[in-house]
Ligand binder design. Structure first.
Ligand SMILES: Nc1nc2c(ncn2[C@@H]2O[C@H](COP(=O)(O)OP(=O)(O)OP(=O)(O)O)[C@@H](O)[C@H]2O)c(=O)[nH]1
Ligand SMILES: [Mg+2]
Length: 610
């Protein structure tokens, strides 16, 4: 038997799914978290029932890729569990009516029941059952309330009593039902609600956003550094290093196998960062340099996601995003991309048009570094001071801005308005936060560690085969004048295709100056995504668009490499003044064109009315 969880976005389908099946999926407080379906199993009186978590949809006429997935799943289910947001009956019941018109048994989970009670919303469940003709079970998914009852009554799912209706009739029916079953009692605004108002206030909201950004940064550093200083570093230096030294001695301190496993000794000792052995650098980079920051970043991001901050950021930055040919929702994939570009590429599905998807993918993949990369940039470039760090991240931000403005200027098409349901703030439950963190970390460990080790293996082979000399000689005449880098740096570019963190790691033994390290890190961030991101984007965009993105990527990398090199060696602040001027000009041009377009429309309207 197949059971589908169907409902509007952000009503708790994924939480119910995780609770029923024990399968972990990501849930967050903004619409569009789930874009692919996930299967899991539930034992019902000895029978194995397949449960499917479907992407959210407002109606059965899909308006984006994620909704298409949802609708195409419908024919497969034996039972539909329609998850309904009890705090928002008016909006949710439209889909319910559409579902009840279909020849499939339905049962309703009236979720977020706890929140409805807090808001003083009372719903007459029995009356609702009577009107719709199907079972209705109040649930509070995060605490698990009502889920047993939902499972118990699953076999009672029935075809609805409501017949086929036109769109207008459906809206009228929804209104009638809500009037009959729902009572709202008056109450005072809570603290969270006041914070909600402040978060989207044009001035107060921006101020709050800056505070959030600052606190995020502080907290990530605090947690990340704390984990390194108190846990990971002591483990590697006091427990693991002696073991590795024994192995090194056992292998004779040199030779092919030694260099492969332990790496090259520095002053007779293993250096975790520069030795480049599978068991030294291969484990140290992903586990001791990257993992602590990944933990820190996802802990903070998970909190902001479940609180419901991201959609507010979307509203706040909607204007800016329009100048880049996007709308506010694109903030979601950009922020997710700061963690890992792969889920970000998937979240781009929620954008409506091909043009938007193209622009968002291009900006994300070129200018948004994932956190594995960021952690390594912090470790390597940050060691030389905040100035160089600022240079890297300011350059990436400038690329994001300028590229977006240019794409918006030269790509045909327009950007639709932001139509996004803004959920209320919800205090995240520590249990769901931990589950999500755990899910993301195990994902990172499974994906990263094997690829980093493969990368180190390749580097070892490149060095022992003598290929590195050839590469260094061939690329020196290009890399020197353009970027001020030695030819060997090209090996990092090759490895960046596997993973960016290990690519940055192999820059460490090259003895680059701080400026060179800065230039190399910036190029590495921009020129090409890692293979996992590349494959997902290829699937989402198709060959033609992916080729265009790749072209833009390579040109940008070239420009950015030369720019960084010139800025750091000759131009200094002048280069940044130039960039600032360019951004201002482009922004001015966008607003000018918007005004002209609006003027034209007005003229046409007055012409018609005359
Ligand atoms: N208080 C409360 N919060 C809930 C309940 N159910 C879900 N949530 C929260 O609501 C948010 C949305 O939950 P999800 O499970 O991601 O929603 P979804 O329906 O899967 O959303 P999409 O994947 O975007 O369609 C999350 O922050 C959950 O923690 C509930 O019954 N009570
Ligand atoms: Mg979901």
């Amino acid at each position: 038997m197949k059971v589908l969880l169907v409902g509007n976005p952000n009503v708790g389908k994924s939480v119910i799914f995780s609770q029923l099946t024990g399968t972990r999926v990501i849930s967050s407080n903004y619409p569009g978290t789930t874009v692919e379906y996930t299967k899991g199993y539930l034992d019902l009186n000895g029978e194995k029932v397949e449960i499917i978590d479907v992407p959210g949809t407002y109606s059965l006429d899909p308006s984006c890729k994620a909704e298409e997935v949802a609708v195409s799943m419908l024919s497969e289910g034996d039972i539909v569990v329609n998850v309904v947001d009890a705090t928002n009956l008016e909006r949710n019941l439209y889909l319910t009516l559409e579902l009840l018109e279909r020849p499939v048994p339905v049962i309703i989970a009236l979720n977020l029941w706890d929140e409805a009670q807090h808001k003083g919303i009372e719903i007459d469940v029995e009356r609702l059952e009577e009107i719709l003709g199907v079972p209705v079970v109040p649930t509070a998914a995060t605490s698990g309330r009502g889920l047993k009852e939902l499972v118990r009554r699953l076999p009672e799912a029935r075809l609805g009593k409501v017949g086929w209706q036109t769109v207008d009739e459906r809206y009228a029916t929804v209104g009638r039902i809500v009037r009959e079953v729902q009572r709202i009692s008056h109450r005072h605004h809570t603290f969270l609600e006041r914070l909600e108002d402040l978060s989207v206030h044009p001035v107060g909201g921006l101020f709050l956003a800056l505070i959030v950004l600052y606190l995020t940064f502080k907290l990530v550093r605090f947690i990340g550094e704390g984990l390194i200083d108190w846990l990971f570093d002591p483990f590697f230096t006091h427990l693991y290093a002696p073991l590795l030294a024994k192995l090194s001695g056992f292998l004779g301190g040199q030779g092919f196998v030694h260099d492969l496993l332990v790496g090259q000794l520095v002053d007779g000792k293993v250096d975790f960062v520069t030795s480049l052995g599978l068991l030294s650098t291969g484990l140290y980079v992903p586990l001791a340099m990257v993992l602590p920051y990944i933990i820190a970043f996802y802990a903070v991001l998970g909190f902001l996601e479940d609180l419901g901050y991201l959609p507010r950021l979307a509203v706040l930055l909607d204007g800016l995003m329009h100048s880049l040919g996007l709308h506010g929702y694109a903030v979601v994939p950009m922020v997710l991309g700061l963690g890992c570009n792969v889920p970000a590429a998937l979240a781009i599905r929620n954008l409506e048009s091909r043009r938007q998807k193209f622009i968002a993918s291009t900006l994300m993949v070129i200018a948004v570094p994932c956190f594995s990369q960021t952690a390594m940039i912090f470790a390597l470039v940050g060691a030389h001071g905040g100035f160089y760090l600022a240079q890297v991240f300011l350059t990436l931000f400038a690329v994001w801005l300028v590229l977006g403005l240019l794409l918006n200027r030269f790509m045909a098409g327009y950007t639709p308005a932001l139509l996004m349901e803004i959920p209320p703030y919800r205090l995240p439950s520590p249990k769901t936060l931990l589950k999500k963190l755990n899910l993301r970390l195990s994902h990172f460990l499974r994906e990263a560690v094997p690829l980093v080790i493969l990368g180190i293996l390749l580097v070892n082979l490149i060095h022992t085969s003598g290929l590195s000399y050839w590469l260094a000689r061939t690329f020196s005449p290009v890399f020197g004048p353009l970027f001020g880098l030695p030819g060997d740096a090209v090996i990092a570019l090759f490895l960046g295709f596997l993973r960016k963190d290990v690519a940055l790691g192999i820059l460490a033994p090259l003895n680059l100056s701080p400026a060179q390290l800065t230039v190399a890190s910036t190029i590495l961030a921009v020129y090409f995504p890692c293979i996992a991101t590349f494959l997902v984007l290829l699937r989402e965009l198709g060959w033609v668009d992916m080729l265009r993105v790749t072209g833009i990527m390579l040109v940008t990398a070239l420009v950015v490499g030369v720019f960084s090199h010139l800025t750091l060696t000759y131009l200094g602040l002048w280069a940044w003044a130039g960039v600032g001027l360019l951004v201002l000009l482009l922004l001015f041009e966008v607003s000018l064109r918007e005004k002209l377009a609006a003027g034209k429309k007005e003229a046409q309207a007055s012409y018609k009315s005359n």
